[in-house]
Structures are given as C-alpha cells and as structure tokens.
Design a protein around this ligand. Structure first.
Ligand SMILES: Nc1nc2c(c(=O)[nH]1)N[C@H]1C(S)=C(S)[C@@H](COP(=O)(O)O)O[C@H]1N2
Ligand SMILES: [Mo]
Length: 492
C-alpha cells in the first residue's frame, strides 16, 4: 500500500501538471545526470544513444516513486497503527509538501497529496480486515489503485501540441529539395541525401514546448543598456535564405548515425548583431528555453544563421521550434535549439556539455561512413555512405578493399546547393551549382570480390587534406579515424 500511495502521488501529481514526464519526474533527472560521473554519462550516451532519454526518465520515475512511497512508510512507522487518521493526514501533508518543494507548483502538490492519500486509504483499508487472506487482498487492492492512478495520469496528460502542417510555397525551396533528390545515390541502408529521419539530441526528457507567439530573442551586451528584443513575427518577416546544413553530434561514433542534413530557412545572425549595436567583445553565450547554454567565440556566431523552417516546414519541436541557431562547421552541440538569448561577453563562457567534460567547441572532424553494402544485379559489390568535413568541404572519398593497402577514388554526389539569397532566381538546378557550404556528400564504389575482406574508407577535404587515420573515441573531443567494415560477399 505504500507503493500504491507512492505511485498514486506521482501519477496524480504528474497528471495535475498536464505534462509528461512533468516537473516531478524531471526534478530527478537533472540530479541523476549530475551525480553520474562524466565517464559513465559519456558511455551511457554512446551506448544508449536515442534510448538514453527513456532510460533516464525511467530511472528518475523509479527514484521519485520510491521517495513518495517512503513518506507513508515513515509516517506509519513513527506513528504506529493506533491512529490511522494521523497516518493518513501525515501522508497527505508529507507528500504534498515534498511535491511542492520539488516542483514549486501548487497543482502538482495538491494532486500528489490527494492521490497519495486516497490510494493509501483505499489500499490500506485491508489492514484491519479480518477476512481469510487479508495480505493477498491488500496486494490486489494496491495493484489496482496503482494501475488506476497510472491510467488517470496517462489519460489526462496533454500530448505535445501539434504544429500546423504549414509548408512554405517557395520556388527556391522546391528547387533545392528537388536538387537533393536528383543528385542522390540510391544507397539501401544509408540515409538519403536530404535526411528523412533527422537525429535529435538534447538534454530534455520530454520535448520542450515553446510557442511562436511567446518566443522572443534577446541580444544583450555586458552591462550595456537595454537589451535588443526581436519576436517571431519580426524575425520571420525578414527576407529569408535557404541553406543545406549538416549537423553531427560530438558523441557520434566514427561509423555512427548521429549525422544528418536538412534544408533550413532563416536569416544570418550578423545583421541582427549590428542592429542590436552589439559591443565589440570577443565572446558570446547562447541560452535556450530548456536551460541549455553554450559559450563560444563571437567570430563563429557572426557566420551563424537563425532558422525557423526545416525542409520547408515549420521547425519541428524536437529540432528547436520556433527558432534555433546553426553555426557553420562546428559540432552539433553549438547549434542551440529553442534559442532565447544571445549574450555578448568580454570573456569566454561555459557550456552545458563542457561542464560535463566534453570538448565539442572545435571544428567538426572529417569522416566518411560505410552505411550501405549491397550486391548489384550484375554481381558487383556496391558500398556507399556519406562523407562530411564541415566547412572544409569534401573533395573526395578513397576506398580500400584490401584493408588499407591500395586506394581508389569513389564516386561522389554533386555538392548540394548552398545558400540561396532572395535576389537569386533558382528556377534551374544549374543556378545553384558550386555553393555548398557546410553539407555532406554521398559516395559509392563498385567492385568484385568473392572472399570476405575489409573495406576501409577515408574522406579528402576541399584542399586535398586526407582524413587522419588515428582512431579516437567520441569522448571527449569527437571520434576520429578511418571507418573499417568487414564484408562477407557470400552473405549478400
Ligand atoms: N537548447 C538546446 N539546444 C541543443 C541541445 C540541447 O540539449 N538543448 N543539444 C545540442 C546537441 S548536443 C546537438 S548534437 C544538436 C542536435 O540537433 P538536432 O537535435 O536538431 O539534431 O542540438 C544541440 N542544441
Ligand atoms: Mo551533440
């Protein structure tokens, strides 16, 4: 019955917040993250990747239910069974107080107190029962109460507010999306040239909800007067540009899948800084609605972009709705989603992941991945994937099918079109040639082989620099090294 009371307190308290996982559970995820040593956290992120968030939420849920179940247990133990009314009252007050302290939300506190008490009373009523198997009945009743509260909580939680399916009707966007489809290779098992399942990485257990009409961006300088404020209307009524940009998370393994490309619509940041009369300081700190923050050199921000559309649609909630930053050539973590503040500073500022031991501020490292291995109709082997080198660009991919002894050039997709500015007339794809900025390319290579062998690939940057061979783990500076993959032609 203590457990039933704990489950009900958390369930009803969470339902009262109308969010999932809601403030009660979330109050436990951050401390969990901070008590875990950086190495454990790093390996959890690496091994769990997308599963990391649900696992963390579950761990926090267990912790918070345990706390709320401990309250009636302690109250009962200290007051004895003599006064049930006392125990019930103590439980309710204890649970409500705990919820209030944790969340500072009176509705959650009320829900937790009432839910916990009702469950405690109903499930605990069997204590004085003299029927044949009171223990069993207690247990059944507890289970029923716990299941009931979870059901109520689940049913009353608002699903994350859907965004309207508002697609931009713009010839430039259509031409660029079509260009990506025209230029791509057919590589089974690999992501398309414009990603269809863009990865999402952030610190949240549930996707932050920030509405367009609530959004404002503040630009502030050290101690300098009034902040410069711009709202969504104002930002998005400016003349927009469209850019293909690739993002890669610093926790991506050499042949991992935390790298993707989309067509983003937005405006450059530099003119905004000018308008804001931003002081000529060295450094900036970006801050977001979810409490995430990132400090880096101002110079990088000057080349940045504020995006509110992705592939022609409103920026999805998971990718930073309504507005995010895109900073060319850097690891994913610097591309702050749900952006609310740009602070100009005269000294470097800390970053969320920096404080957890990652060094993801530098330029993204160069990589060529092997995600597709197929046999063609005419009995050739075809290997392929993506190559990305940030703003250095990819000029080639070299493939070795003998474990790294001899190398041959792979075929590459034409670069994606780069930035299209309002004056352009991108009705033909040829107009977009040669302007790829910070986007990946696909590569493919066909050959014959009957025996198992190792394929090794390495990318060549725009200026001819070959991707370094030395292998490192993602933690703390991002993975490096050539991707190697064993291939057994008899299994294809
Ligand atoms: N506000 C906010 N921005 C954030 C993060 C975050 O946790 N909160 N995560 C960063 C990290 S680590 C990465 S890799 C990219 C991923 O962007 P995506 O989720 O759109 O792929 O967002 C970055 N921006
Ligand atoms: Mo990341």
């Amino acid at each position: 019955m203590f457990l039933a009371s704990g489950v009900a307190a958390v369930g009803v308290g969470t339902a009262a917040s109308r969010e999932w996982p809601g403030p009660l559970v979330e109050a436990f995820t951050d401390p969990l993250v901070s008590v875990l040593p950086n190495t454990v956290l790093a390996s959890a992120i690496l091994t769990l990747q997308d599963a990391g968030r649900p696992v963390l939420t579950f761990a926090a849920l267990v912790a918070v239910v345990a706390l709320f179940a401990a309250i009636p247990a302690v109250v009962t133990a200290t007051r004895g069974r003599r006064s049930r009314a006392d125990a019930v009252l103590g439980t309710g007050m204890g649970q409500a107080a705990a919820a209030l302290v944790v969340t500072m939300n009176p509705f959650v506190a009320l829900g937790a107190g009432v839910g916990g008490v009702v469950a405690f009373t109903v499930a605990g009523a069997g204590v004085t029962d003299t029927a044949t198997s009171p223990r069993r009945r207690d247990l059944l009743r507890s289970v029923a109460v716990a299941a009931g509260s979870v059901g109520i909580a689940w049913a009353s939680i608002d699903r994350v507010a859907q965004l309207p399916d508002d697609e931009l009707d713009d010839p430039a966007v259509r031409a660029m999306l079509a260009a990506a489809d025209d230029r791509e290779f057919d590589l089974p098992g690999a992501e398309r040239l414009r990603s269809r399942e863009f990865f999402a990485v952030d610190i949240n257990t549930s996707t932050p909800v920030l509405e367009r009409d609530e959004w404002e961006l503040r630009i502030t300088g050290d101690g300098a007067g009034e902040p410069f404020v711009i709202d969504y209307e104002d930002l998005t009524s400016r003349e927009a540009e469209h850019r293909f940009v690739t993002l890669r998370c610093v926790s991506d393994a050499t042949n991992g899948e935390l790298v993707d490309t989309a067509l983003w619509t937005g405006v450059p940041i530099a003119p905004l800084l000018e308008e804001a009369d931003a002081p000529a300081e060295c450094c900036v700190r970006l801050e977001a609605h979810d409490g995430y923050y990132h400090g880096f050199p101002r110079e990088a921000l000057e080349r940045g972009f504020l995006a509110w559309r992705m592939d022609g649609k409103l920026l999805p909630r998971a990718h930073g709705h309504p507005v995010r930053a895109l900073i060319p050539g850097h690891w994913g973590e610097i591309n702050v989603k749900w952006l609310t503040d740009i602070e100009i500073r005269d000294e470097p500022a800390e970053s969320y992941w920096g404080q957890h031991g990652w060094h993801g501020d530098g330029p993204v490292s160069t990589v060529a991945k092997v995600h597709s291995v197929t046999a063609t109709d005419d009995d050739l082997l075809r290997v392929g994937g993506h190559a990305y080198a940030g703003t250095r660009g990819v000029s080639g991919v070299e493939v070795s099918v003998d474990g790294g002894t001899t190398w041959t050039d792979a075929e590459l997709t034409d670069p994606l079109p780069g930035s299209v500015t309002p004056g352009d007339d991108p009705t033909s794809v040829a107009d977009l040639e040669g302007r790829a900025g910070d986007a990946w390319r696909q590569w493919r290579y066909e050959y014959t082989a009957d025996e198992p062998h190792e394929v090794v690939v390495r990318a060549v940057e725009g200026d001819g620099t070959v991707q370094p061979r030395e292998e490192t783990d993602p933690y703390p500076e991002g993975a490096s090294g050539w991707v190697r993959r064993e291939i057994d032609p008899t299994t294809l």
